[in-house]
Every structure is written in structure tokens, then in C-alpha cells.
Design a protein around this ligand. Structure first.
Ligand SMILES: NC(=O)c1ccc[n+]([C@@H]2O[C@H](COP(=O)([O-])OP(=O)(O)OC[C@H]3O[C@@H](n4cnc5c(N)ncnc54)[C@H](OP(=O)(O)O)[C@@H]3O)[C@@H](O)[C@H]2O)c1
Length: 331
């Protein structure tokens, strides 16, 4: 395992980290979570990702109980949670000062920690001034309850406003963003955020590196009964199933799988290694509903030297979706 700085921050996170979305509290109980976290940790994973909105707080509880069961030393791992979807009622959601503090305290309790390493605004909140959010996050940092705060799926404009407000009032600016990034979703990481990497020193903890499993090839011939797309409560994931857009993606998955087998790896290894080939990615958050998936995915690091510039160029040709970089006028 190699470690990367979280943007310009001093915190070094493992290139592969591990997250709880969908799985913890739904497909994975405390014993299974302890086995997953223990395996990841033994392989060098030092960051575990969560959110108050994952299974209504159950994912945080399961992760906290699993970490306690394993007896991990607090100074050997980093843990996150995210605030936005806390539950029903106007006070239990969004990025207002009250909910940011409530979710932080509740998350710490469920995770069994007395500070959060990373704390994310899970989405932008159009009903709260960004200044209120920045001030609340910055206060949590000042109080020692949060080490680094960040955002998830904010636009470059919203991030720029947060950064400017923090600079104007001498507050802590966001350190990291958590965007979706995989061979099908590239716009934010490869284009929108480009000016912010240097301006803010922005780090990225990227999610759904396998596009919820599509990039394993398991959906090539339809939706398997025991897959995420078939889980009650997650039906929305298969919105658009059968459309030309999904068909095109599956065609690309088939081509990428052929290329992967030519270089002696399964397609999901190729897809994960493609994510860490981007130096702007601080960490790739893995997801797994089963222990064998996690062991398999971590194994990708063993064949990383096969991702040569030639292979990356071939992937680019198949993906055929590189976003346009920000316009320069000096060429
Ligand atoms: N900030 C956000 O808005 C946001 C959103 C989503 C996720 N996240 C974070 O990112 C983490 C990772 O996202 P993700 O879970 O969507 O990642 P992913 O790698 O795209 O999908 C993981 C899922 O794919 C399937 N899978 C993984 N490896 C496999 C393998 N080797 N063979 C077959 N199937 C395999 C499993 O689902 P099944 O076995 O159930 O089919 C697994 O749960 C989350 O846990 C969460 O921490 C953040």
C-alpha cells in the first residue's frame, strides 16, 4: 500500500480506502464488518468512510462497533462521516449550523470516537448561506472535533465561494472534496476542479470507482439477483436500465475486459488502477458487500506495474469520454 497526501494537507491516506455505503447495516453486520475492516487495515488501508445518511446512522454504528471489536488504536486509522441527510423534519437535514453540530456529535457517538478525522458536507445546501456552513465547519475544526472538513459533489463555484469566505474571515477552508470518479464519470475530477487543485490544495476521496459494480462486468448479461441493483431501497440505481446509455456502457465494459485480460488482470482491477493512475486522486474508496470482493479488489495493487502509459492510452481510446480541460487561451 502506498500513501498520498490529502491535497496539500499533511494527512497521508492510503491509496485504497474502504467505505460503508449500501453495505454496512444493510448487507453487512458487525461481525462481517469487523472481518472486512480488519482485512483492509492489515493490508495497509488507513481511512474508513461513512455518512449519517447511510442506513439512517446504522452504518456509522456498525463501523464503530466493528472498530471497537477489533481494538484498533485511534492513532492508526482515520475515519470520516458526512452531514446532510439526518432524518425527517426540517432541523435534521442540510448544512445549517445546528444540524452540522448535531450530526457531528451523533456521528462521533455512533463511531465511538471523540473526534472525526474527515467531516464532509454530503451535498450543497441551497437553503443555507455558504458562509454559515463554512463558519460552523471551521468552528468544529477550532474545537478539535474535526481535523479536516470537506464537501461532496459541490460545484467548483460553490467550492470557490467556500474557500473565499474562509480566506475573508480567517476561517478553515475545505481541505477535500468527495466526487464520484470512475471510467464513466470524469467531468468534475478531470475538468471542473482543475483550477482548485493548486488554488486550494484540494484533495479528493473518490467514490464508486467500479460504478456500483458495473465495472466488474457482473451486469453485462442482466441484473444478477444478489447484486446491489436488486436491493430493496436501491431500485433507483437501475433507473435508465435498458437505455442506450447503459448499453453503451456495457459495450465499453466488454472491450475493457478484453484489454484487461490481455494484460493479465480482471476488468475491476484495471478500473481501480485507472483511478489511482490520476495523481489528483488522494484515495479511492472501495466498497464491498462480501469479504472475497474486498480481498480481490485490494489485490489490484499487486499488478499496478502493468498499467503502462500504452495501456492507459488504450483505455482512453475505449472509454472515449475524456472531458475537455478548462479552456486555455495561451496556445
Ligand atoms: N459521497 C457520496 O455521495 C458517496 C456516494 C457513494 C459512495 N460513497 C463512498 O464510496 C464508497 C465506495 O462506493 P461504492 O460502494 O459505490 O463503490 P464501487 O466499487 O463502485 O461498488 C461497490 C459494490 O460493487 C460490487 N463489487 C465490488 N467489488 C466487486 C467484485 N470484486 N466482484 C463483484 N462485485 C463487486 C459490490 O456490490 P454487490 O455485491 O452488492 O453487487 C460492492 O458493494 C462507499 O462505501 C462510500 O463510502 C460516497
Amino acid at each position: 500500500m502506498q500513501y498520498r497526501r490529502l491535497g496539500k494537507a499533511g494527512l497521508k491516506v492510503s491509496e485504497f480506502s474502504f467505505g460503508a455505503w449500501v453495505t454496512f447495516g444493510k448487507q453487512v453486520d458487525v461481525d462481517a464488518a469487523a472481518k472486512l475492516i480488519g482485512t483492509a487495515y492489515d493490508k495497509g488501508v488507513n481511512f474508513f468512510d461513512n455518512a449519517e445518511g447511510y442506513e439512517s446512522g446504522m452504518a456509522e454504528q456498525v463501523m464503530g462497533d466493528a472498530i471497537k471489536k477489533l481494538g484498533l488504536r485511534r492513532d492508526t486509522y482515520a475515519v470520516s462521516t458526512k452531514v446532510f441527510w439526518g432524518g425527517p423534519g426540517p432541523l435534521n437535514r442540510g448544512l445549517n449550523r445546528k444540524h452540522i453540530f448535531d450530526a457531528c456529535h451523533a456521528g462521533m457517538k455512533r463511531l465511538g470516537v471523540d473526534y472525526l478525522d474527515l467531516y464532509f458536507c454530503h451535498r450543497p445546501d441551497l437553503d443555507t448561506p455558504i458562509e454559515e456552513t463554512v463558519r460552523a465547519m471551521s468552528d468544529l475544526v477550532a474545537h478539535g472535533k474535526v481535523m479536516y472538513w470537506g464537501t461532496s459533489e459541490w460545484t467548483a463555484q460553490q467550492l470557490t465561494e467556500a474557500y473565499s469566505v474562509a480566506r475573508q474571515y480567517n476561517l478553515a477552508p475545505p481541505t477535500m472534496e468527495q466526487p464520484q470518479y470512475n471510467l464513466f464519470e470524469r467531468q468534475k475530477v478531470e475538468s471542473d476542479y482543475v483550477p482548485l487543485y493548486d488554488l486550494m490544495g484540494l484533495g479528493t476521496t473518490i467514490w464508486s470507482p467500479l460504478a456500483s459494480g458495473l465495472l466488474t462486468g457482473k451486469y453485462n448479461d442482466g441484473i444478477p439477483a444478489d447484486s446491489r441493483y436488486n436491493l430493496p431501497g436501491y431500485e433507483w440505481l437501475k433507473d435508465g436500465w435498458g437505455t442506450e446509455r447503459i448499453q453503451q456502457r456495457i459495450e465499453k465494459v466488454r472491450k475493457l475486459a478484453t484489454l484487461a485480460s490481455e494484460i493479465g488482470m480482471p476488468i475491476h482491477h484495471l478500473a481501480l488502477l485507472w483511478c489511482i493512475a490520476n495523481p489528483r486522486v488522494s484515495t479511492v474508496i472501495l466498497g464491498a458487500s462480501r469479504h472475497e470482493q474486498l480481498v480481490d479488489n485490494l489485490g489490484a495493487l499487486g499488478v499496478r506495474d502493468r498499467m503502462t502509459p500504452e495501456v492507459l492510452a488504450q483505455i482512453e481510446q475505449i472509454a472515449d469520454n475524456r472531458p475537455k480541460p478548462p479552456q486555455r487561451y495561451d496556445d
